[in-house]
Design a protein around this ligand. Structure first.
Ligand SMILES: [Fe+2]
Length: 337
């Protein structure tokens, strides 16, 4: 298969209070608001190469509105759409802000995905955000530890392996790794990628009855030191760090989690390996091998099983699950599949 997708370009999120979320992203995360259109607010990290990487729109519950990937060419966009439709899924074309003609569809597990080739190569040419460096689209944020780029998104699906296989077969994602429970061959987490990163799309097992949920999305900072400064700054700003800073086993990134006012989980992420192997065979981890946290000395936080929109049902987390949630997921997996 030709390479269809190049990388994650933006994530659109639903917030019950758009202004509170936008204020948080601007003042506490260090993003820049670049546009408002049709009720949506468009934001960018200082290093993003296109106009925006985060869109906030209004809705009753925190949720994923869509996740967008840029294709590798105009022809790849057409090929991706024909492969999606050959797989029995039909989407719609629309004209997006600075992305031209784009295709949006809802995948088999209920997640909206947007594909586009056109993209504005963004740069502040003048004014307070203009950088002195030719390669920088924008001056570095003055918020300490502000992320440079959008990094990845992690969604929830009722069958982790089937999700990974569908996106691999239809759109060419490489499946990089998976985590199974200690005593049951049930996949609770997997990572897939369109490029050399360990993942730009994560999948956690969802035992709830709602489809299309999201567990978190992630920004990139250049160094672990910047991430630690971000953690320090967030705490000084009254933001609770939900987990971390520590290091994932899968991907080997340093990371931490916190929440924005909608309760949506944000990850800060840096480091880890690059993998360029085109015929990579995914390894299977067990949670006891440190797939989630290589140090394995943190307390399991029940809040990490919360995904969005919130439901009464459990989802797994990347580190595994509590005993209660485990029992529900194992029971659900045998009846739902
Ligand atoms: Fe993540």
């Amino acid at each position: 298969m030709i390479t269809l997708l190049s990388h994650l370009s933006y994530v659109a999120l639903v917030s019950p209070d758009v202004e509170a979320s936008v204020d948080f992203y601007v003042k506490k995360v260090g993003l820049t608001e670049v546009a408002r259109k049709d009720g949506r607010v468009y934001l960018r990290c200082w290093g993003d190469y296109y106009t925006y990487s985060l869109v906030i729109e209004h809705g009753e519950e925190p949720a994923l509105a869509t996740m967008a990937w840029r294709t590798s060419s105009a022809e790849a966009l057409e090929e991706a759409v024909s492969r999606i439709e050959a797989a029995g899924v039909t989407g719609e074309w629309f004209d997006g802000l600075d992305i031209g003609r784009a295709y949006q569809f809802v995948g088999p597990w209920g997640h909206s995905m947007t594909l586009h080739w056109d993209a504005r190569h963004f740069r502040f040419e003048e004014g307070e955000h203009a950088s002195v460096f030719p390669d920088r689209p924008q001056k570095r944020s003055k918020v300490a530890g502000a992320p440079r780029y959008l990094d990845h998104v992690t969604i929830c699906a009722s069958d982790v392996d089937a999700f990974a296989e569908w996106y691999s077969e239809v759109l060419g994602y490489r499946i990089m790794a998976r985590t199974v429970l200690e005593d049951v061959p049930l996949s609770v987490f997997s990572v897939i990628t369109t490029n050399e990163k360990s993942h730009d799309l994560g999948i956690v097992l969802d035992g709830s009855s709602r489809s299309g949920r999201v567990n978190h999305f992630a920004f990139w900072v250049d160094t672990r030191e910047e991430m630690l400064i971000a953690a320090d700054t967030l705490i000084e700003d009254g933001v609770h760090i939900e987990y971390g800073p520590t290091i994932h086993g899968i991907g080997e990134q340093s990371f931490l989690y916190y929440r924005e006012p909608s309760t949506m989980r944000i990850e800060l992420n840096t480091g880890g390996y690059r993998n360029y192997v085109p015929d990579w065979e995914p390894n299977t981890w067990k949670t006891s091998q440190g797939s989630y946290d290589i140090y394995q000395n943190g307390t399991m936080h029940a809040s990490l099983s919360e995904s969005f929109p919130l439901t009464d049902g459990p989802s797994a987390t990347e580190e595994g699950i509590t005993e209660e949630v485990r029992d529900q997921l194992v029971a659900g997996s045998s009846s739902d599949r």
